[in-house]
Structures are given as C-alpha cells and as structure tokens.
Design a binder for this molecule. Structure first.
Ligand code: F0G
Length: 453
C-alpha cells in the first residue's frame, strides 16, 4: 500500500497547531507530512498479512483465526494461555484488576503511561526500580532498561513481599528511550522474585526489538535466533501483556498471555465483560490472522535488522548535526533531549511539548511529547511530576518510510536546533484528568505562536 503525502505551507501549519492547542495528538493526519507520532498501529502490513485478512473466520465463538493466533503465541512467546484483547491497555486493565489489591506496590523498570494508570485505578502504586543510568540521557550503558537489584531489595524489605502485587517489567523500555533489558539482569531479577514468591509480568510490546539488542550486545547470545532469545526472555516471567500494534506489525490488537491455569480462568472470565468473547477479545477474526502472521514475521532477523538500522540511521544523522538525543539510540525511535535543546524555556513551560509543536510548524513532521505532560500529576499530592527525562519522541513506523524521509526529518531537527532561541514555552489551557497528554490543550506563554518569527 502506498499513501499520498501532502505538503503544507508554513501558514497552514501555524494555523493547524494553534487550532490543535499546540498538541500534536490533536492534529488531523491530512495536515501531517511525515508522521512520527508513534509506531503503534502505523506499520505497513505485508502481502502475507493482507492475504491472511482474506481468511477471516468471523464466527462469534471458536474462530479458526483464534487458534492460529494461539499457536503463534505459544510457539514464539511460550506462554500456555492466550486471552486476546482489543489492544495492550485492554490486557493491562484485566491483569491489574486481577492481580493488584488496594494498597499494594508494583515495582518496575520505569513507568509507562497506560500501564501505570491501570495499576493506580486498581489501587496499586508503581515504584521505579530501573538503574540510575536510565535517567541520564547521555549515559551510553548498553542495557539502560535493567533493574537495579539493590532498589528491588529495598522495596521488598520496606514493604514486605506480600505487599508487592507483582513486578512489571518492560522490554524494551519506552519512556527511557526504547532501551533494552539484558537477559542476565532479568534472570537475576527472576531469582530474587522466586525466593520471595513474587510474580513477574512482562510488557512484551517491543520484546522482539529487545531480543535484537540482546543478540547484538549481550555476551553469549550472538549465535542465537531472535525466536530463541524471545522465548528465553518470556521464560523468566509468569505472563505478559502485549500491544501487538508494535512488534507484531498489525494496526490493532493485543493480548494477555499467562502460564497459571487458575489466573487464566479468571482472566477469561473478565475478558467477556470488557473486551468480547475469550476467542476474539475485541478483534475481528481477520485481525487475529494478520497478527498470527505478523508475529512470525517480527522475529525474522533481516526485518529487525532493517527496522532498527533505520532508527539508528536517523539517530546518527542527528548526532552528527549536534542535536542532543538520548544515547544509545533506542529500538523504536529517536528521543530528542528537550531540556538540553531548550535551556532557555523553564521546565514548568513544558519544553518537550513546545519542541514537538515547533517541529511540526517547521516541517510538518509530527512527533510526541514524552516528558512532564506525559508524566501527569502525582496520584497522592496532585502536583505536576517532573521526570528526569524531558523528551520528544520521533517514532519510526515499521516498513513505511524511506531514507529520504529520515533525511528530511533530520534536516528539520538540525535547522530547529540552530534556531532554538525562537521557540517559546507553553501553558495549559485544558487539562484532562487521565492520560492528559492525549487531549490536553496549550497556549504559548507569550505571543500567538510557538515559533517566534
Ligand atoms: N506498553 C507499552 C510499552 C506501550 O508502548 C504501549 C503503547 C502500551 C503498553 C499500550 O498499548 O496502545 O495497544 O493500548 N504505546 C503507544 C506509543 C501508545 O505510542 O508508545 P496500546
């Protein structure tokens, strides 16, 4: 499938971002030239996936496509039970409701927005146990998604193992910049948790990308296939939530996968309330077929090599141009360090939000804020949280854009960096209660526009 890309004028873009409340989520896609908002559901499906769409068995119960998907998940991820959901947050909702009791703690390797909100709505509290290096954009640690075992020990000691709902471990870590966790670290975390009877649930959304980094960087894994590394990753956990819109190359879909029979039974009972019958979970049969094929394609080394290679290509162009980015370059995107980019804008004026709006005005490239707006307010104090990382994410959809699109994006970022003094800060004009970054609106703190002319 190819799609027409429409160029816009500076004036059109200034009007569009203003009408969108300086929030790139509120722009109509027809006014976006290169869409790097997210890699979620935006990848191109293959000929084999489209062929699978024609084989949709839309039976309400027991669709043939469900069994294909179940076979693929068991083979590649290795869990016993598959509970399909409409997307990742559907699985997060069910897992959180079943496994978190009010007042319990959920330690993890950095928060993710939807994951954390479901943990909180179930009465839990997320505690970050990622290594300190993950909070430093310039630190080149090869596995910035690793857990700090001393932090884990402290959490267990302070709260007691029975107040820990489970460990919420992501591979790769989105908010840290798409940074992987090593298998030696995950193994150690597993040993600790087993000693205390604590379960681990994996956010497997980008676990194949994690497997690629393990193969590239971790001693002992170079000769293994991505399929083998993925299976090993999952083997250290009790189940996973999955947004198949990323690694699995589909436009919609997700799942919860679990080893424990009793928990799976409870999850199957919940899925019928919130998602759909346990053999479709909110997806059409054709969507499940495309996902089954996508899972198989996702572990092909040449695919993953091209995918992460393209991300690295853009990352290195930006580094050459002097633009401050999170290092090492992550799996699914480049993360601009907005604090370093805009030191003249105070953090309270949402540097990353301003930078993503300014990038759109400069070139029609759409990126996403990953900083204080995404972090939201503290659940208990109600105050704005200012995370260590104030970033703009240029997220690369899989199998969609060419090197030329990466070049245009790099040119715009470098140009903006050279003219960074012209970018002004933003203030809220509308702030939603949950996941505010999706629908919030802003205004420039001075003048009418985010880019002074
Ligand atoms: N976990 C991670 C690590 C994610 O990146 C996402 C979604 C989810 C869970 C939730 O899955 O969207 O299918 O409900 N991330 C998208 C993004 C929105 O742009 O990074 P979902």
């Amino acid at each position: 499938m190819v799609e027409h890309l429409r160029m816009t004028t500076d004036v059109e873009r200034e009007q569009a971002i203003s009408a969108a409340g300086f929030n790139t989520f509120l722009l109509p896609s027809r006014l976006v030239y290169i869409d790097l908002l997210t890699d979620s559901g935006t990848s191109a499906m293959s000929d084999r996936q489209w062929a699978g769409m024609m084989l949709g068995d839309e039976a309400y119960a027991g669709s043939e496509n469900f069994y294909h998907l179940e076979t693929a998940v068991r083979r590649y991820y290795g869990y016993a039970h598959l509970i399909p959901t409409h997307q990742g947050r559907g699985a997060e909702h069910i897992l959180s409701q079943l496994c978190i009791k009010p007042g319990q703690i959920v330690p993890g390797n950095m928060y993710f927005t939807t994951t954390k909100v479901h943990q909180e709505l179930a009465g839990g509290r997320f505690v970050d146990i990622i290594i300190d290096e993950a909070h430093d954009p310039d630190n080149e640690h090869p596995f910035k998604g690793n857990c700090d075992l001393a932090k884990l020990d402290r959490v267990i000691k302070e709260h007691g193992a029975d107040r820990i709902a489970y460990l919420s471990i992501a591979a790769t870590v989105n908010m840290a910049g798409g940074q992987p966790i090593s298998l030696s670290n995950l193994r150690e975390v597993r040993e600790r948790c087993q000693r205390h009877g604590i379960r681990i649930f994996l956010d497997a959304t980008r676990a194949v990308e994690n497997a690629y980094f393990v193969k590239e960087r971790e001693p002992g894994y170079a000769a293994m296939t991505l399929e083998e590394i993925l299976r090993e990753t999952c083997s250290y956990t009790d189940g996973c939530t999955m947004s198949a819109k990323k690694d699995s190359l589909v436009n919609i879909g997700g799942f919860l996968a679990i080893n424990d029979d009793e928990l799976a039974e409870q999850a199957r009972n919940m899925v019928v309330i919130y998602e759909g019958l346990h053999t479709y979970g909110g997806m059409a049969g054709r969507d499940m077929e495309a996902m089954a094929v996508g899972i198989e394609e996702s572990v092909q080394l040449d695919h993953m090599h091209a995918r992460i290679g393209q991300v690295e290509y853009l990352g290195h162009k930006l580094i050459e141009g002097g633009v401050p980015v999170v290092k090492p370059i992550g799996g699914h995107g480049i993360f601009l360090n907005a604090s370093r980019f805009l030191p003249h804008v105070p953090r309270e004026q949402f540097q990353a939000q301003a930078l993503s709006a300014a990038l759109y005005v400069d070139s029609g490239v759409r990126a996403m804020e990953r900083g204080a707006v995404s972090a939201g307010r503290d659940h208990e104090t109600g105050k704005n949280v200012f995370p260590s990382l104030e970033l703009v994410r240029l997220t690369i959809p899989r199998r969609v854009y060419t090197q030329a699109h990466m070049d245009v994006t790099a040119e715009s970022c470098v140009n903006l960096y050279e003219n960074r003094k012209s970018i002004v800060g933003l203030k809220f004009t509308h702030e939603p209660k949950y996941l505010r970054f999706f629908q919030a609106r802003f205004a420039p703190v001075e003048g009418e526009q985010v880019l002074r002319t």
